[in-house]
Design a protein around this ligand. Structure first.
Ligand SMILES: C[S@@+](CC[C@H](N)C(=O)[O-])C[C@H]1O[C@@H](n2cnc3c(N)ncnc32)[C@H](O)[C@@H]1O
Length: 214
Protein backbone atom coordinates (compact mmCIF):
# COMPACT_ATOMS: atom_id res chain seq x y z
CA UNK A 1 0.00 0.00 0.00
CA UNK A 2 1.43 3.37 -0.97
CA UNK A 3 2.30 5.54 2.02
CA UNK A 4 0.65 8.63 0.53
CA UNK A 5 -2.62 6.75 0.16
CA UNK A 6 -2.28 5.60 3.77
CA UNK A 7 -1.80 9.19 4.86
CA UNK A 8 -4.75 10.48 2.86
CA UNK A 9 -7.01 7.83 4.36
CA UNK A 10 -5.58 8.03 7.87
CA UNK A 11 -5.15 4.33 7.39
CA UNK A 12 -2.76 3.17 10.08
CA UNK A 13 -3.77 -0.19 11.47
CA UNK A 14 -3.83 -0.42 15.26
CA UNK A 15 -0.87 -2.28 16.75
CA UNK A 16 -1.65 -5.38 18.81
CA UNK A 17 -0.79 -3.95 22.22
CA UNK A 18 -3.12 -1.00 21.69
CA UNK A 19 -5.87 -3.32 20.46
CA UNK A 20 -5.41 -5.26 23.72
CA UNK A 21 -5.81 -2.00 25.69
CA UNK A 22 -8.99 -1.23 23.78
CA UNK A 23 -10.48 -4.63 24.58
CA UNK A 24 -9.59 -4.21 28.29
CA UNK A 25 -11.09 -0.71 28.35
CA UNK A 26 -14.41 -1.97 26.90
CA UNK A 27 -17.12 -3.07 29.37
CA UNK A 28 -17.15 -6.86 29.26
CA UNK A 29 -20.93 -7.15 28.84
CA UNK A 30 -20.69 -5.39 25.47
CA UNK A 31 -19.10 -8.51 24.04
CA UNK A 32 -22.28 -10.52 24.67
CA UNK A 33 -24.18 -8.30 22.23
CA UNK A 34 -23.67 -6.91 18.74
CA UNK A 35 -20.46 -4.98 18.13
CA UNK A 36 -19.68 -2.87 15.06
CA UNK A 37 -16.18 -1.98 13.85
CA UNK A 38 -17.20 0.77 11.37
CA UNK A 39 -13.77 1.60 9.93
CA UNK A 40 -12.25 -1.83 10.24
CA UNK A 41 -9.22 -1.56 7.95
CA UNK A 42 -7.77 -5.03 7.57
CA UNK A 43 -9.45 -6.25 10.75
CA UNK A 44 -7.00 -6.05 13.68
CA UNK A 45 -9.76 -4.98 16.07
CA UNK A 46 -12.35 -7.30 14.52
CA UNK A 47 -10.06 -10.25 15.16
CA UNK A 48 -9.66 -9.24 18.81
CA UNK A 49 -13.43 -8.75 19.22
CA UNK A 50 -14.07 -12.26 17.87
CA UNK A 51 -11.46 -13.77 20.18
CA UNK A 52 -12.84 -11.92 23.20
CA UNK A 53 -16.39 -13.06 22.45
CA UNK A 54 -15.22 -16.67 22.39
CA UNK A 55 -13.15 -16.12 25.56
CA UNK A 56 -16.27 -15.05 27.48
CA UNK A 57 -18.22 -18.10 26.35
CA UNK A 58 -19.92 -17.38 23.02
CA UNK A 59 -19.61 -20.11 20.39
CA UNK A 60 -17.51 -19.14 17.35
CA UNK A 61 -20.71 -18.94 15.27
CA UNK A 62 -22.37 -16.66 17.85
CA UNK A 63 -19.24 -14.51 17.81
CA UNK A 64 -19.36 -14.22 14.02
CA UNK A 65 -23.10 -13.51 13.91
CA UNK A 66 -22.83 -10.70 16.49
CA UNK A 67 -19.76 -8.98 15.01
CA UNK A 68 -20.25 -6.36 12.27
CA UNK A 69 -17.30 -5.06 10.29
CA UNK A 70 -17.30 -2.24 7.73
CA UNK A 71 -14.49 -0.77 5.62
CA UNK A 72 -14.71 1.83 2.87
CA UNK A 73 -11.52 1.10 0.95
CA UNK A 74 -11.97 -1.83 -1.42
CA UNK A 75 -8.43 -3.24 -1.10
CA UNK A 76 -8.56 -3.23 2.69
CA UNK A 77 -12.11 -4.57 2.56
CA UNK A 78 -10.92 -7.61 0.59
CA UNK A 79 -8.22 -8.30 3.15
CA UNK A 80 -10.73 -7.83 5.96
CA UNK A 81 -13.07 -10.42 4.42
CA UNK A 82 -10.17 -12.79 3.91
CA UNK A 83 -9.05 -12.48 7.53
CA UNK A 84 -12.56 -13.11 8.81
CA UNK A 85 -12.77 -16.18 6.57
CA UNK A 86 -9.46 -17.40 7.99
CA UNK A 87 -10.74 -16.85 11.54
CA UNK A 88 -13.87 -18.85 10.69
CA UNK A 89 -11.90 -21.68 9.18
CA UNK A 90 -9.68 -21.89 12.25
CA UNK A 91 -12.55 -21.57 14.76
CA UNK A 92 -15.03 -23.79 12.93
CA UNK A 93 -17.65 -21.16 12.06
CA UNK A 94 -19.38 -20.07 8.87
CA UNK A 95 -18.60 -16.55 7.64
CA UNK A 96 -21.59 -14.22 7.78
CA UNK A 97 -21.18 -12.01 4.71
CA UNK A 98 -24.23 -9.89 5.62
CA UNK A 99 -22.17 -8.55 8.53
CA UNK A 100 -19.13 -7.45 6.47
CA UNK A 101 -19.88 -4.27 4.55
CA UNK A 102 -18.02 -1.95 2.19
CA UNK A 103 -19.64 1.45 2.84
CA UNK A 104 -18.89 4.97 3.95
CA UNK A 105 -19.26 4.85 7.75
CA UNK A 106 -20.86 8.30 7.64
CA UNK A 107 -23.86 6.69 5.95
CA UNK A 108 -23.85 3.27 7.56
CA UNK A 109 -27.16 2.10 9.09
CA UNK A 110 -27.61 -1.24 10.81
CA UNK A 111 -31.01 -2.67 11.57
CA UNK A 112 -29.82 -4.19 14.86
CA UNK A 113 -28.79 -2.57 18.12
CA UNK A 114 -25.04 -2.48 18.64
CA UNK A 115 -22.07 -0.91 20.39
CA UNK A 116 -18.96 0.34 18.60
CA UNK A 117 -15.26 -0.36 19.00
CA UNK A 118 -12.87 1.24 16.56
CA UNK A 119 -9.77 3.19 15.75
CA UNK A 120 -11.28 5.91 13.60
CA UNK A 121 -9.53 7.31 10.53
CA UNK A 122 -7.29 9.79 12.28
CA UNK A 123 -7.44 11.87 9.19
CA UNK A 124 -5.00 13.83 7.19
CA UNK A 125 -4.99 17.59 7.42
CA UNK A 126 -7.70 17.67 4.82
CA UNK A 127 -10.28 15.36 6.37
CA UNK A 128 -9.88 15.83 10.10
CA UNK A 129 -13.62 16.25 10.70
CA UNK A 130 -14.22 12.73 9.39
CA UNK A 131 -14.03 11.03 12.83
CA UNK A 132 -16.61 13.44 14.22
CA UNK A 133 -18.94 12.85 11.26
CA UNK A 134 -18.74 9.08 11.77
CA UNK A 135 -19.37 9.42 15.53
CA UNK A 136 -22.40 11.60 14.87
CA UNK A 137 -23.84 9.14 12.37
CA UNK A 138 -23.44 6.10 14.61
CA UNK A 139 -24.34 7.79 17.91
CA UNK A 140 -24.05 4.57 19.93
CA UNK A 141 -22.15 3.58 23.07
CA UNK A 142 -18.62 3.29 21.80
CA UNK A 143 -14.95 2.89 22.55
CA UNK A 144 -13.03 5.14 20.23
CA UNK A 145 -9.33 5.55 19.61
CA UNK A 146 -8.61 8.92 18.05
CA UNK A 147 -5.77 11.29 17.55
CA UNK A 148 -5.60 13.89 20.30
CA UNK A 149 -6.61 16.76 18.06
CA UNK A 150 -9.66 14.97 16.67
CA UNK A 151 -10.61 13.37 19.98
CA UNK A 152 -13.35 13.68 22.56
CA UNK A 153 -13.57 17.45 22.68
CA UNK A 154 -17.36 17.23 22.75
CA UNK A 155 -20.18 16.03 24.96
CA UNK A 156 -21.04 12.55 26.22
CA UNK A 157 -17.74 11.13 27.26
CA UNK A 158 -17.58 8.71 30.21
CA UNK A 159 -13.88 8.07 30.56
CA UNK A 160 -10.66 8.80 28.78
CA UNK A 161 -7.17 7.35 28.68
CA UNK A 162 -4.51 9.38 26.99
CA UNK A 163 -1.64 7.53 25.38
CA UNK A 164 1.48 9.49 24.74
CA UNK A 165 3.38 8.89 21.55
CA UNK A 166 1.96 5.75 20.11
CA UNK A 167 4.03 4.62 17.18
CA UNK A 168 2.13 3.58 14.10
CA UNK A 169 4.39 2.52 11.25
CA UNK A 170 6.39 5.58 10.38
CA UNK A 171 4.42 8.02 12.49
CA UNK A 172 4.03 9.01 16.14
CA UNK A 173 0.72 10.14 17.58
CA UNK A 174 -0.70 11.33 20.85
CA UNK A 175 -3.82 9.20 21.11
CA UNK A 176 -6.97 9.18 23.17
CA UNK A 177 -8.97 6.10 24.02
CA UNK A 178 -12.40 7.14 25.18
CA UNK A 179 -15.79 5.74 25.98
CA UNK A 180 -18.69 7.55 24.41
CA UNK A 181 -22.22 7.31 25.77
CA UNK A 182 -24.97 9.07 23.81
CA UNK A 183 -27.34 8.65 26.78
CA UNK A 184 -25.34 10.74 29.18
CA UNK A 185 -26.32 14.39 29.30
CA UNK A 186 -24.13 16.56 31.46
CA UNK A 187 -25.68 19.70 32.82
CA UNK A 188 -22.40 20.85 34.35
CA UNK A 189 -20.17 23.08 32.27
CA UNK A 190 -18.29 20.74 30.02
CA UNK A 191 -14.78 20.50 31.26
CA UNK A 192 -12.66 17.57 30.28
CA UNK A 193 -9.57 16.58 32.13
CA UNK A 194 -6.90 14.83 30.13
CA UNK A 195 -4.05 13.00 31.70
CA UNK A 196 -1.15 12.81 31.65
CA UNK A 197 -0.99 16.54 31.12
CA UNK A 198 -0.96 17.29 27.40
CA UNK A 199 2.34 18.65 26.25
CA UNK A 200 0.70 21.03 23.82
CA UNK A 201 1.43 24.72 24.16
CA UNK A 202 -1.42 26.35 26.09
CA UNK A 203 -2.48 28.60 23.25
CA UNK A 204 -3.24 25.50 21.19
CA UNK A 205 -5.69 24.14 23.74
CA UNK A 206 -9.27 25.11 23.22
CA UNK A 207 -11.11 26.74 26.13
CA UNK A 208 -12.93 23.56 27.04
CA UNK A 209 -9.72 21.73 27.84
CA UNK A 210 -8.08 21.99 31.19
CA UNK A 211 -4.62 20.72 31.58
CA UNK A 212 -4.68 19.50 35.15
CA UNK A 213 -2.23 22.21 36.10
CA UNK A 214 -4.75 24.60 37.71
C1 LIG B 1 -6.78 4.39 11.29
S1 LIG B 1 -7.35 3.10 10.19
C2 LIG B 1 -7.80 1.94 11.41
C3 LIG B 1 -8.21 0.62 10.89
C4 LIG B 1 -8.73 -0.35 11.96
N1 LIG B 1 -9.87 0.26 12.67
C5 LIG B 1 -7.65 -0.71 12.93
O1 LIG B 1 -7.73 -0.25 14.06
O2 LIG B 1 -6.72 -1.44 12.59
C6 LIG B 1 -8.90 3.78 9.61
C7 LIG B 1 -9.61 3.01 8.51
O3 LIG B 1 -10.79 3.75 8.19
C8 LIG B 1 -11.05 3.60 6.80
N2 LIG B 1 -11.93 4.70 6.41
C9 LIG B 1 -11.58 5.97 6.12
N3 LIG B 1 -12.67 6.70 5.85
C10 LIG B 1 -13.73 5.87 5.98
C11 LIG B 1 -15.14 6.04 5.83
N4 LIG B 1 -15.64 7.22 5.52
N5 LIG B 1 -15.93 4.97 6.05
C12 LIG B 1 -15.41 3.77 6.39
N6 LIG B 1 -14.10 3.54 6.54
C13 LIG B 1 -13.27 4.57 6.33
C14 LIG B 1 -9.67 3.63 6.18
O4 LIG B 1 -9.69 3.04 4.89
C15 LIG B 1 -8.85 2.86 7.20
O5 LIG B 1 -8.80 1.49 6.87
Amino acid sequence: MKETKQKMDGAWMTPEDIVDEMILFTPEEWFKGNILEPTAGTGNIVNAILNKKVAIGLTPQEAIDTTFANEFDSERYKELVHRIEMWCEYAGAKANYNNITNQDARELKLDVDYNVITNLPFGSWTNSSLPRQIINNLNKPAVYLTKWSTGCNQKYCKSVIKFENIEFPGIVYDCLLWQYDPNIVFDEPQVWLYWPIPRFPKHKLKKKYITGEE
